[in-house]
Design a protein around this ligand. Structure first.
Ligand SMILES: CC1=C(CCC(=O)O)c2cc3nc(cc4[nH]c(cc5[nH]c(cc1n2)c(C)c5CCC(=O)O)c(CCC(=O)O)c4C)C(CCC(=O)O)=C3C
Ligand SMILES: [Fe+2]
Length: 385
C-alpha cells in the first residue's frame, strides 16, 4: 500500500537505516486467569514479599483482571501508524512486551521472518533507571540470544534516547495540569499545590541510575524527574500567573520494608500537605507514559480515597498516552537517530536544563542491584553490534 502513496521529497529515506520500529513495553494481564502468571513473570528472582504480591493481584482483580496497559499500547500503536502515514514515514511498527503477550521474543522472531534487520526501539519508559532502561536492554539481549540459538538472523536493535524532556512528552502534561486545575473548585484553585509523582525505586537503584558520572544522591532518575517537574511548574505559572508550591513524590513502592526506597509516598505527602493547610492538590504522574495500573489504582483509587478521607480537593492530570504530539515526538526521535546513524546532522529537541539524553547507554549505566551482570543490547557494552 505504501508504494501507492506519493511521499514528501526525502521522507522515504528519513528512517534509513531503520526498517522497522519496535514498541517495547511492560505488558499486563488480559483477564483474571492471567493475573498470577503475569505477576510471576514480573517478580521472578526479584525478592518481592508474598503479601505485596497478593495485594497487587487484588488491584488487577478490581479491574476484572485486565491491565489497562495493553489497550494503552494499542492506542499508541494506532497513533504512531497514523502519524507515520500522515508524514510519509514508511516504517512498520511492531509491539512486544517484557512480561506478557505479545512477548518481545515472539515479536522479534516475526520481525526477522518479515526481513527486518535494523530496528529502532521505543520503550514505554521515559527516564533512566535499571527497571526503566537496562532491564529492557537485558530483555532485548535475551531475545536476540534466543533467535541466535534458533539459527535465525540477529537483527540490530537501537534504543531511542530517553524522551522525558522531549517537548512532545512534556507539553501534553502541561496542558493536562492546566485542565486539572480548571476542574478544581474555584475557591481552592489558586492555592492548589502540584504533586509530581513517579514510581518509587530502591534508593540504591536511584543513586546508580544513568551514566556513571551522574551516580550519587538520587542519580539521573531523580535529576531527570526534577527537571521535568520544574519545566511543567514554570509553564503552569507562566500560564496562570500563580506561583504554586510543588514537590516530587513517589508511589507504588514494593520490595521488603527494610530496604530504603525513594520517599515520600504520595499518600503520606497528601496527609502532610493537608496538615500544613494546603487547600487542594493536583497529582501529576510525570513518571508514567500512560494510564496503566499504577495510575488507575495507586493514584485514582488509593490516593484519591486518601484525599477524600482528608477532605482535600484533588485532581489527577493526564499522562501522554496516545496524544498525537507524543506520536509526532516518536517520529522525530526516529528521524533524529536515523540521521545520526547515517552520519548526518540531526535536530535534537529537549526542554529543561539537562539537554538531550545520550543515544547509546555507556558502560556502567543503571547497573542491576543483584546477581552477576547480564548481557544488555543497545548500549556501549552490548555483545551485539
Ligand atoms: C521505574 C518503574 C516503572 C516506570 C517506568 C516504566 O513504565 O517502565 C514501572 C512501571 C510499571 N510497573 C508495572 C507493574 C509492576 N511493577 C512491579 C514491581 C516493580 N516496579 C519497579 C519499577 C518501575 N515499574 C520496581 C523497582 C519494582 C520492584 C520489582 C523489580 O525490581 O522489578 C510489579 C510487582 C508487584 C509490585 O508492584 O510490587 C508490578 C506488577 C507496570 C504495569 C502496570 C499495568 O499492568 O498496568 C508498569 C508500567
Ligand atoms: Fe513496576
Amino acid at each position: 500500500m505504501s508504494e501507492l502513496r506519493d511521499p514528501a521529497p526525502g521522507a522515504a529515506a528519513a528512517a534509513a537505516p531503520y526498517d522497522a520500529l519496535l514498541l517495547l513495553s511492560f505488558g499486563g494481564p488480559e483477564g483474571p486467569d492471567d493475573v498470577v502468571p503475569f505477576l510471576e513473570n514480573v517478580t521472578r528472582g526479584r525478592g518481592i514479599p508474598k503479601e505485596r504480591l497478593k495485594e497487587v493481584g487484588q488491584h488487577y482483580f478490581l479491574f476484572g483482571g485486565v491491565s489497562p496497559i495493553n489497550d494503552q499500547n494499542r492506542a499508541l500503536l494506532d497513533a504512531l501508524r497514523k502519524d507515520f502515514a500522515d508524514n510519509s514515514l514508511d516504517l512498520p511498527v511492531h509491539w512486544g512486551n517484557r512480561n506478557w503477550a505479545p512477548y518481545l521474543t515472539d515479536t522479534l522472531r516475526e520481525m526477522v521472518a518479515e526481513g527486518h534487520r535494523r530496528i529502532a526501539v521505543l520503550t514505554t519508559s521515559a527516564y533512566a533507571s535499571y527497571s526503566g532502561c537496562r532491564q529492557y536492554r537485558e530483555n532485548l539481549a535475551e531475545a536476540l540470544a534466543t533467535l541466535e540459538a534458533e539459527g535465525l538472523a540477529v537483527p540490530r536493535v537501537d534504543k531511542l534516547r530517553h524522551y522525558f524532556n522531549h517537548p512532545g512528552f512534556v507539553r501534553p502534561m502541561i496542558d493536562g495540569v492546566l485542565a486539572s486545575l480548571a476542574e478544581l473548585p474555584e475557591d481552592v484553585r489558586a492555592g492548589a499545590h502540584l504533586a509530581f509523582t513517579t514510581h518509587s525505586i530502591p534508593t540504591a537503584a536511584a543513586d546508580t541510575s544513568g551514566p556513571v558520572e551522574e551516580h550519587g544522591d538520587g542519580g539521573a532518575y531523580v535529576r531527570e524527574h526534577l527537571d521535568v517537574a520544574r519545566v511543567i511548574a514554570d509553564a503552569v505559572r507562566a500560564e496562570t500567573g500563580v506561583e504554586r508550591p510543588w514537590e516530587l513524590v513517589y508511589q507504588s513502592r514494593s520490595g521488603a520494608p527494610h530496604i530504603p526506597w525513594l520517599e515520600p509516598d504520595i499518600c503520606d505527602h497528601l496527609e502532610a500537605l493537608h496538615g500544613a493547610g494546603a487547600p487542594a492538590v493536583v497529582m501529576v504522574p510525570i513518571g508514567f507514559v500512560s494510564d496503566h495500573m499504577e495510575v488507575l489504582y495507586d493514584l485514582d483509587t488509593e490516593a484519591t480515597a486518601k484525599a477524600a478521607e482528608l477532605g482535600l480537593p484533588i485532581a489527577r492530570s493526564a499522562t501522554v498516552g496516545a496524544d498525537p504530539r507524543f506520536a509526532a515526538a516518536v517520529r522525530e526521535l526516529v528521524v533524529e537517530r536515523a540521521a545520526i546513524e547515517r552520519g548526518q546532522p540531526a535536530q535534537r529537541c529537549a526542554l529543561g536544563a539537562l539537554g538531550p539524553s545520550h543515544d547509546l547507554c555507556p558502560v556502567g549505566c543503571c547497573p542491576a542491584a543483584r546477581g552477576a551482570a547480564k548481557p544488555a543490547a543497545a548500549g556501549a557494552d552490548s555483545p551485539y553490534a
